[in-house]
Write a protein that binds this ligand. Structure first.
Ligand code: FPP
Length: 236
């Protein structure tokens, strides 16, 4: 049973295991990504249905540029198709689409599609869907530090809140829950600053098998957690 008064405000997902899913079936890795993109669509749908206000998907890390050029190219093609196909859906469902990361490194046609989606959905009132693309947490923090240095802010003026406003995620609350699929138990450079007090949920399920029920199960698991933020238990 889902507790409607304990829906996380922000969920981040590290969608891992597409390649292994395909390899296990003797299929090309891109088949795993294709199937993974379908799961991303489904998760967006479920998140909206249950009232999650912010969903951030780690779709392409800054380290992913090191993959073989053929895989990068096919991933970019998939991203292009996703953006083209989903914009209508975003508008229909009132989704605000955003990106975080070094998006200037993406192919120009994808940058244009991102710009179009961000502009067209900016005034929507529904869930904010953020795609982390060419994203790395350390890279984001370093860029924020550089912006602070250029801004002329004096060291004694700098607070956590102010620093936060220089990050790509400036207008997002920190993630309450971070989900990672495929059995790896690490953060892999995802939302490093923002995840300070996030609840972490790991599952062995590979991303292409991460169904609606598994997502709901993860949310229910989160709802059983006691979040203390460094304080003592409210029950004590
Ligand atoms: C990790 O699996 C997944 C990726 C690098 C790409 C994620 C992309 C998608 C799910 C499709 C596009 C989605 C959107 C929202 C545009 P992996 O290849 O690292 O798997 P492995 O660890 O088994 O090799």
């Amino acid at each position: 049973m889902l507790l409607t008064d304990r829906i996380p405000r922000h969920v981040g997902i590290i969608m891992d295991g597409n390649g292994r899913w395909a390899e296990l079936r003797g299929l090309p890795r891109i088949e795993g990504h294709r199937r993974g993109a379908e799961r991303s669509r489904e998760v967006v749908e479920v998140a909206m249905e249950i009232g999650i206000k912010n969903l951030t998907l780690y779709a392409f890390s800054i380290e992913n540029w090191q993959r073989p050029p053929s895989e990068v190219t096919t991933l970019m093609r998939l991203l292009e198709l996703y953006l083209k196909k989903e914009l209508r859906e975003f508008m229909k469902r009132g989704i605000v689409f955003k990106t975080i990361g070094e998006t200037y490194m993406l192919p120009e046609n994808i940058q244009l599609l991102i710009k179009e989606a961000e502009e067209k959905t900016a005034l929507n009132k529904g869930m904010t869907l953020t795609a982390a693309l060419s994203y790395g947490g350390r890279n984001e923090i370093l860029r924020a530090v550089k912006k602070v240095l250029h801004s002329g802010i004096r060291p004694e003026e700098l607070t956590e809140d102010l620093f936060n406003s220089f990050l790509d995620t400036a207008n997002l609350p920190g993630p309450d829950l971070i989900i990672r699929t495929s059995g790896e138990m690490r953060i892999s450079n995802f939302l490093l600053w923002q995840s300070a007090y996030s609840e972490l949920y790991f599952t062995d399920t590979l991303w292409p098998d991460f169904t609606r029920d598994e997502f709901l199960f993860a949310i229910q698991d989160y709802q059983q957690r006691e979040r203390r933020f460094g304080n003592i238990s409210v029950r004590s």
